[in-house]
Each structure stands twice: as structure tokens, then as C-alpha cells.
Design a protein around this ligand. Structure first.
Ligand SMILES: C[S@@+](CC[C@H](N)C(=O)[O-])C[C@H]1O[C@@H](n2cnc3c(N)ncnc32)[C@H](O)[C@@H]1O
Length: 240
């Protein structure tokens, strides 16, 4: 029945309109899909607290107590509060492309003056080398790729990933870390990766629906076992 309804003209629009009425995470995703802001990767704002304990432990082992953290794609702010609990002394900045998620995140962190949230689609406004930790968790992906089509470029493109992740990499101070998780692309396929060394990869990926598919610089499907997301440390002059 659902497969039939999906083919009915206007069905997708009805689904989006229903999501706008239902509210919450569904409304956030519907707004992203209707507005289609430039440089949108994952339109779904699904998130929860304490999603990445292993990754945050690796961050702590690598940089100790960070002073400044950037959460790129912070969604409705649960990630910002998780980071606050893990790193009580840090100044934390959240960025998200979704205007509704940003509004919710701001409400969620109200009262913590060391957490700020802005709406943006990249790190262009962030000063170079200004963060100890930059995280892009479940951002460089698209939920509609879960069935692993042969190409991804109808939804997201490697060229946009490379440009955006290069901006994030530039915001990491030498010796600081960039954490990328659940991406449909590989950091090591970008030129920016030469300035980093892997601290920890192989955290595992995917869900009951299967592993996160991975696409190469030509936007074509790769074997998912070649994924590389994890924690990367920016090289210092001495470590080159
Ligand atoms: C699945 S949520 C991930 C939330 C959180 N990081 C986590 O892992 O729980 C993906 C988020 O990325 C945001 N996003 C997608 N493209 C973006 C872009 N170019 N700039 C900033 N945020 C983006 C979406 O709006 C969404 O809130």
C-alpha cells in the first residue's frame, strides 16, 4: 500500500505537510527538505544525549580538557549538553543549518553562557586554528542513501563535503582534533586529510538497517568496509 501511495502525484508533498503539522523532529526535517538551503547534507535532525561515549573518551585522551569546542550540525542541542557534561570548563559553539533546530538548541542551552548556537551551513565565520575540538557527527550523510544507491550526487556531493570539511579542518588548532562520524564520504579522500593523523577509527557504523554506505570522490558507491570516520589530530610542525 505504502509503495503504491508513494507513486501517487503529490504524495510526497502531503507527507511533508503532515510533518509540518506533527512538529518536533519531523517538522525540522520537512522544513529542511522544503527550503533546501545551500550545502545541506543530512536533512534529518535526529539526535540524542550521550550518543558518542567512545569518541568523547578518545577526544579526552588526545587533547585533555579542551578550552574551545565546535559542534557542527548540533541539531536541537542535546549534543551540546552532552559535551558540557563531558567537558565542564569548555566554551562550546554549536552550528546548524536548520532554523527550527537552532531555535530549539538555543532554548535548550539557555542559562549556560559558555554555550552559543548559530545558524550556518559551514565554518566560514570561524577563525582559523581556533578550536581544540571540532565535531561533525552524523552530518555528512543523507538518510535517503540508506539503501546504498550506486551514486549519491542526486542528494549530496563529495565536492561539497570536501569544501566544507576543509573549512572545519582549518578551524582546528595544531594538536587539536577533528571528529567525523557516520559520514557517507571518507575524510582521507580529501586534500585536507594530509594535515591530520588518525588517532582512532573503526568505531562501527550503521544501524539495524545496515552499514552506512560510503561514496568516493566521483560520488560512486564504495565497499562500506573501507570507511575511515573517527578521530583525527591536526599535525603540528614537529609531527610532520
Ligand atoms: C542527524 S543530525 C545529527 C545531530 C548530532 N550531531 C548527532 O549526531 O546526534 C544532522 C544535523 O546536521 C545538520 N546539517 C546538515 N547539513 C548541514 C550544514 N551544511 N551545516 C550545518 N548543519 C548541517 C542538520 O540540520 C541536522 O541537524
Amino acid at each position: 500500500m505504502r509503495a503504491f501511495l508513494r507513486r501517487v502525484p503529490g504524495w510526497q508533498l502531503l507527507v511533508l505537510l503532515k510533518a509540518l503539522v506533527v512538529g518536533g523532529e519531523r517538522r525540522e526535517a520537512a522544513v529542511a527538505m522544503l527550503l533546501k538551503p545551500a550545502n545541506l547534507f543530512q536533512p534529518y535532525t535526529t539526535t540524542s544525549a550521550d550518543r558518542y561515549p567512545g569518541e568523547l573518551a578518545a577526544v579526552r585522551e588526545t587533547v585533555g580538557e579542551p578550552a574551545r569546542i565546535l559542534s557542527f550540525g548540533c541539531a536541537s542541542g542535546e549534543e551540546l549538553l552532552t559535551l558540557r557534561r563531558a567537558f565542564p570548563a569548555a566554551a562550546i559553539h554549536g552550528i546548524d543549518i536548520n532554523p527550527l533546530a537552532v531555535r530549539t538548541a538555543r532554548k535548550r542551552v539557555r542559562g549556560d553562557r559558555a554555550i552559543t548556537v548559530t545558524r550556518a551551513a559551514d565554518a566560514a565565520a570561524e577563525p582559523p586554528s581556533s578550536y581544540d575540538v571540532v565535531l561533525a557527527l552524523a552530518v555528512f550523510r543523507h538518510g535517503a542513501l540508506k539503501h546504498a544507491p550506486a551514486r549519491c550526487d542526486e542528494l549530496i556531493r563529495f565536492a561539497d563535503f570536501e569544501r566544507t570539511v576543509t573549512g572545519l579542518a582549518a578551524a582546528v588548532r595544531p594538536g587539536g582534533v577533528l571528529v567525523i562520524r557516520h559520514a557517507n564520504f571518507r575524510f582521507t579522500d580529501t586534500a585536507a586529510a594530509a594535515g591530520f593523523e588518525a588517532v582512532r577509527t573503526g568505531f562501527g557504523s550503521g544501524s539495524a538497517a545496515g552499514p552506512t554506505p560510503v561514496y568516493g570522490p566521483d560520488d560512486r558507491l564504495l565497499d562500506p568496509s573501507c570507511r575511515d570516520d573517527g578521530v583525527y589530530r591536526r599535525r603540528t610542525q614537529n609531527s610532520r
